[in-house]
Design a protein around this ligand. Structure first.
Ligand code: DP6
Length: 332
């Protein structure tokens, strides 16, 4: 057994999906029931250092300076077990991770968390993986994390098994100066998390229709991004978001994530668009609304969103780059 400390650190951005991931073909491997398309969120970052240390008798997870236990730690341990199997090592690790965006600000941190962890853990374990292999590895921790590995505008190719399910960049971050204005309505943890939600998706009678029509939406979204066609992206993204929430609302357990302010913002986005401001909404598994608009409109949209009753905070994020390793000496 090696007695050497092996350490590496990585940084990654969260992402917002225009075409959503909701439902799995294989829950354990996180093979999705359909493909999805997203934009990485620049400026918002997770930084993670992994150190495999022969002196440790168990894995440790320190999140924003606090040691964690329970489910959060377990999920990281399961992930590290997979990395240890791939690398053929048996050392425990200390994982230190920091988000520069408020935890519970309605930005799914599992995507940036597991993509940064995948890069740092693979490097610390001595694995040399391609971008596709890192994306596949991140997917095992959290499905949407596979989309935070490549840069800019990203498509997760659903595939049909572990080998074929990973994400690729469709266009770099500087391809289109879109901004995500996040209108934070609630900072509390969601009552039903995504992992449980994915398992409920197939119990909705609407999921079949949603999946059947997904390839056409993926094609429309990909083309809209490549052509920088805002109106087409707005149409297909709002439709796809509504379809996902319709599935959420009609499963064996009803998931209704929206709050009154969520609906206010849906209406407001429609009014703003009709009045000539290019903006559309999309919503994940929570009440917060992501308003997508060109950078030139960002301040105006953010100011208008802040006026809506029930909006607690407004964040802005432009398209972000790929996850990458940090130099050894960099502090988190
Ligand atoms: C609604 O990737 O968070 O944000 O694999 O269980 O961690 P797990 O699920 P997760 O699901 C994301 C759901 C979503 C839509 C999306 O980002 O595509």
């Amino acid at each position: 057994m090696s007695t050497e400390l092996k350490s590496a650190a990585a940084v990654s951005h969260p992402n917002i999906a225009f075409i959503k991931y909701w439902g799995n073909r294989d829950h354990h491997l996180r093979i999705p029931a359909s493909g999805s398309i997203s934009m990485n969120l620049g400026r918002l970052e997770t930084r993670t250092r992994v150190t495999f240390n022969p002196a440790l008798t168990a894995d440790r997870l320190i999140l924003n300076g606090e040691p964690t236990s329970g489910k959060q730690l377990q999920r990281v341990q399961t992930f590290l077990d997979h990395v240890r199997r791939l690398a053929g090592i048996d050392l425990y690790a200390e994982v230190e991770s920091k988000n520069d965006f408020p935890t519970g600000a309605g930005i799914a941190s599992s995507a940036s968390a597991f993509s940064a962890l995948a890069l740092a853990a693979a490097a610390a374990a001595g694995l040399q993986l391609s971008e596709a292999e890192l994306s596949r590895l991140a997917r095992r921790g959290s499905g949407s994390a596979c989309r935070s590995v490549p840069g800019g505008f990203v498509e997760w190719l659903a595939g049909e098994d572990d080998q074929s399910s990973y994400a690729v960049s469709i266009a770099p971050a500087d391809h289109w100066d879109l901004v995500d204005i996040v209108a934070v309505i609630s900072q509390v943890h969601k009552p039903t998390g995504s992992t449980e939600g994915h398992a409920l998706a197939e119990t909705s009678p609407l999921q079949k229709a949603r999946l059947k029509s997904a390839p056409a939406r993926l094609e429309q979204c990909r083309t809209a991004i490549l052509r920088r066609d805002f109106e087409a992206l707005a149409e297909v993204s709002e439709l796809d978001c509504n379809l996902m929430h319709a599935v959420m609302m009609t499963g064996a357990r009803r998931l209704l994530y929206w709050q009154p302010a969520t609906i206010e913002l849906i209406h407001a986005a429609g009014e703003w668009r009709r009045s000539g401001i290019p903006v559309f909404y999309t919503i994940d598994a929570g009440p917060n609304v992501h308003l997508i608009c060109p950078a030139a409109e960002a301040d105006r949209v953010a100011a208008a969103a802040a006026q809506i009753q029930g909006v607690k905070e407004v964040l802005q994020a432009p398209a972000g780059s790929a996850a990458h390793l940090l130099a050894e000496e960099v502090n988190l």
